[in-house]
Design a protein around this ligand. Sequence first.
Ligand SMILES: [Zn+2]
Length: 449
Amino acid sequence: MHFLLIGSLILASALPVAAEARVKNLILMIADGWGYNQIQALNYWQGVEQQSYERYETAIAVSTYSWDTLQSDRLGYNPAAAWSDFKYVLRKPTDSAAAATALACGVKTYDNAISVSPDSVRLETILERAEKAGKSTGVVTSVPFSHATSAAFAAHNVKRDDFIGIAYEMLERSGCEVIMGAGHPFYNDDNILIADNAKHDYRYIGWDLWERALKGEVGGDMDGDGDVDRWTLVQSKSEFRRLTVGDTPERALGIAQVHETLQCNRAGRPEPNDPQPPFTVPFNDGVPTLTDMTRAALNILDEDPDGLFLMVEGGAVDWANHRNQLGRMMEELSDFNSAVAAVEDWVNKRSNWDETLLIVTGDHETGYLWGPGSGEPANFEPLKYNGKYKMPQFHYYSDKHTNSLVPLFAKGAGSELLKLAANKNDPIRGAYLDNTDVGKAMFKLLESR
Ligand SMILES: [Zn+2]
């Protein structure tokens, strides 16, 4: 413990302050469970050299291990070991709760923790800090809104599975203006309304909150002025799309008409490692895309002269990787990439890169995706290109998370601070920093305004 404490103090003081940093708008986009090869796979399918974010001036790597990893391995991530032992990154990887807490709060914690410390003490999140600075804030995801990643920005809980407790805090106690995701109690994963009331599944929001949300009776005093600020509930694709332009409600709670994922869980899923291409099974028709939600969120939040904080999660990238379904993963990453493009478009039209910082990253890799023939002792085969709109040759070597470094791309105000903080070196991925350093850098950049 002593060693760790000293280590984190050194890291904190090693973060340089960017002199010109002035971050009015901070947008953090997290592809849950992505990695270098996931991006490569989609690039091969699309027949493109790179995604737009791969060309950002700040392109570094991030270590993702949790406090739990450190209990068994003091280093957390050892670059030399990671590339000399194929199995090294499979040991004790982080979960999404600890990884999101590291990004949201800049603190290592245990797996399952939602923005509480290893001693279960509440941690301030970057979203809460943005609220204190007077900004409008929101979280958007392609999986249930009360799931780990979005939860860690707007709630605190000793257990990520306490979805109803988390939903209660997000909706009744947080200062957010926008919360959007899946988790609808009345619909299945194919966007079909479940007629039998007894089969409605309230696990992600709870019966009481849902009933009150339908009546427009959910929402606490978000700005401390003594008045309650109620959520306007939106559900259908057309309702989400209507929010992308023009006048908007004060607070929007968007629950898409699917149970767990916008698209990833729909019928017709392939077997693990089956090369079923993306976009072969028709999409759920009645739900928004992550891109629609992102546009809607920005349109709601950008009225505030103090600026905004928005977290966008491509949550089902992880779900597809867990099931080793590369085609579904490509669909999810494709939507996430379109959401990044929508943010770039917003910055170019409604803001500018001198006042806005966009960070595009992941929370950890999932699936250990490499080319065929990879394995022990240290054989890392690349994916094999088969032509545009053809599945590359690939193999998933795990159905779990890994400790692999993940990429981070940043553009705009203060992005050079992240590059300066990446003072560790990986022989393959190059300069990297820890996920807690990303959180700490975001706090520093909001303060330095
Ligand atoms: Zn995750």
